[in-house]
Structure formats: C-alpha cells, structure tokens
Design a protein around this ligand. Structure first.
Ligand code: ADP
Ligand code: MG
Length: 361
C-alpha cells in the first residue's frame, strides 16, 4: 500500500499541511525541532490510533488550539481508503469518511512499520519493547488480536486493583480464570507470529550481518489453547501469595519476552551494540516481509532519523530493501552515498511546521 496524501491540521507544530507523497522513498530533511518526527507521528497515529511517543493524545493538538486532526489517503491493490483522526474533546476516527465506534476497526487499514533510534534498542532494552514489537505488528494483522489484548489488559488491571484490598482467594480466582482464557490466545498468536517471522529474519540477518539469527518466544508452555489456559492457571495459583504480598500479577503474557540470539549468543545481554543494532534492523525488515506475506501488500515503512545511526554497510542493506516499498524517511541531512543508493525518491525540506518539496529523482 502507498500513502498518496497526508494532511495535518493543528497537529503538533503544524498549522495546516497538505502533502502529496511519491510511491518510493520520501525524504524529509530539516534541522532539529522542525517537525520531522511530528509528521511521522501523525502518520503512525493514522495507522494504529496512538502516538509512538506519548499515550496522551491531548498533547498532539497544536498548543493554544482546541482541535486538530490528521488525514491520510491510501492507495491499495484493491481501491482507495482514507483515515481521519480528529482530536478535540475526544479522539474520534473516521474511515472513508464514516465514524467508527471502536478503535479496533481502524487496525490494518493503514499498515506501517515504524523504525526510530528507540527501535534500534529493542534488542537491548527491556522485554516490554520486544512485546510491543510483536503486539503492534499483530494488532495490524488481526482486529481480533487487538480486542483480546485490550481485554487482557483490562482484566489485568482489575486483578491488580483487587490485590491491593486483601481479597479472598475466590475473588482472585474469578479474575485468574478470565486472565488465563485471554492470555492463552495471546501466547498462541505470538508464538505463531515468531515462527512465521523467524525464517524471514534469519535470511535477512544472514545478509545484513553474516550471522545465524534465532528468535525464541519465552513464556508459559502449552500447545493447544486448553493446555495454555491450564498452565497459566496453575502459574497464577502458584504465585498467588506473592501476588498478594506485592499487589501485582507476576505471571502472564505481560511478562513474556523473546530471546534473540546470533550464532548462539543471547544478544539481549551479550551482544555488542553493533550486533544489537543489526538484529533490530533485521527484525524490522522481516516485519515488513511478514506483513506483506500475511496481507498481500507491503506496509509503509516509517524511518525516523535512523539512517545516520547506521554504519555504511547496514545503511546499504537497508537501502536495498526500501526500493521494494514506500518509505518515509527523516534526517538532518542526506549524505551523498545515500542519495546515490536510494533509487527513486522525492525530497522535502521541513522548516518549523512547513514542508517544501525540493526535488524529485
Ligand atoms: N502540541 C504542540 N504544539 C506545538 N508545537 C509542538 C507541540 N508538540 C511539540 N511541538 C514542537 O514541535 C517541535 C519538535 O518537533 P519534532 O517533529 O520532534 O522535531 P524534529 O524535526 O527534530 O523531528 C518542537 O519545537 C516542539 O516545541
Ligand atoms: Mg525527530
């Protein structure tokens, strides 16, 4: 899929922006604090309904204004779609001009993969970042997954709240049962995701880094949904006293992780920074391929300030890949070697909330 138009209205430091994009690389160059990340954030918001930077959508409205919005028009193999996110007293989303009642309905309409210097740390950072990596991809692939995950998080917060009030075992068990039911679905879906991702990531990583990459889901065992539920219930029962003592739920998919290793070395704790960055790049590129395999079309790749963070060999690998899909790239400058390798591109200059097209190749 290809974004052909982006409009921002009172969004962050943008007053009114109307932008037409090219179908290959779109490069946005500008000094710091001009609005490059804000533009990508607005596109990402149109994709998954939230910012990658803040959970508070109120912060996205231009200072001093009461309402703002983003609009993205998307060309797909079978027709055109649009997503509008309106921010005022509430966050409202329209798909093709029609308001949706549940945020889940927007999942997958605009599929994106977001890659910023923060994502370069997914291998090194805590398990939360790696769960987010899986969850965001899965939510875009399956509305059902989004709803299951939302339910799980609601149940989890109810259970944690209950734990603070010296509850009876019976009262906790009611939540355990529900948590295990949703948790089992999540584990199974994530394990399937990792097993689909693995061969793609292996192939890309061999090319990027010349190493044998391995990814293993770390969570409660079980093959069938029923098995997973039972294992989950038993684990919750075992940790109940500890849960009560700390008023938190120690077991569950909100604690799971993925182990990422190269040539047998666990990169989370023993990888060099270079190895960790290569693996992060391989994971993101594999995510692009997986979303394409699952939905028939490439998503749009959003690259915020990462080119300058990669050394030239990794940069070259990345640039080879992006020729296959639409990419929106930001940076403070465009190096000559990048310009030569990038293929077809449109170039724009970002200057305090305005965007000027400066050329096309
Ligand atoms: N809600 C807002 N209203 C107006 N300006 C904002 C808002 N939020 C952030 N900004 C401004 O946006 C700028 C940062 O833009 P950003 O896209 O992060 O810059 P960069 O080009 O470095 O990626 C800062 O100058 C900040 O003050
Ligand atoms: Mg930025």
């Amino acid at each position: 899929m290809v974004i052909d138009e982006v409009k921002l209205y009172n969004y962050r430091n943008y007053g009114e922006l109307n932008l037409k994009l090219g179908e290959h690389a779109n490069i946005f160059i500008g000094k710091n604090a001009q609005g490059k990340t804000n533009l990508l954030e607005g596109i990402y918001l149109s994709s998954v309904g939230r910012s990658a930077r803040t959970p508070r959508w109120q912060e996205l409205i231009k200072w001093g204004e009461k309402e703002g919005s983003t609009f993205v028009s998307i060309r797909k193999a079978f027709g055109q779609d649009s997503v509008r996110v309106k921010l005022s007293d509430a966050k409202r989303v329209e798909i093709n001009g029609l308001p949706i009642s549940k945020i889940g309905e927007m999942m997958g309409v605009l599929k994106t993969v977001y890659f910023s210097p923060d994502e370069l740390k997914i291998v090194k950072d805590g398990p939360g970042e790696r769960r987010r990596f899986m969850d965001i991809a899965l939510c875009q692939l399956s509305t059902t997954y989004f709803y299951v995950l939302t339910r799980y998080n609601t149940i989890l917060s109810h259970r944690n709240k209950l734990l603070k009030n010296s509850p009876s075992d019976e009262a906790i068990e009611i939540w355990d049962y529900q948590l295990a039911k949703e948790g089992a679905k999540i584990v199974r879906t994530r394990r399937a995701f990792i097993s689909r991702l693995l061969p793609l990531a292996k192939e890309i990583h061999l090319d990027v880094a010349g190493e044998d990459l391995d990814i293993v889901y770390e969570g409660l065992d079980g093959t069938t949904t029923a098995e997973c539920e039972n294992v989950f219930l038993e684990a919750l029962a075992r940790s109940r006293e500890r849960d009560k003592a700390f008023a938190v739920t120690h077991q569950g998919v909100h604690r799971d992780d993925i182990k990422i290793s190269a040539d047998g070395i666990d990169l989370r704790s023993f990888g060099s920074q270079g190895q960790q960055r290569s693996a992060a790049l391989s994971l993101k590129l594999a995510e692009m391929e997986l979303l394409k395999e699952e939905s028939g079309e490439y998503p749009v790749l959003l690259l915020d300030d990462v080119l300058s963070e990669l050394d030239s060999s990794r940069q070259t690998k990345l640039l080879e890949h992006i020729k296959s899909y639409q990419t929106i790239i930001t940076g403070t400058s465009l190096a000559e070697d990048v310009r030569e390798q990038i293929g077809k591109f449109d170039e724009f200059l970002v200057n305090s909330g305005t965007v000027k097209r400066i050329g096309a190749e």
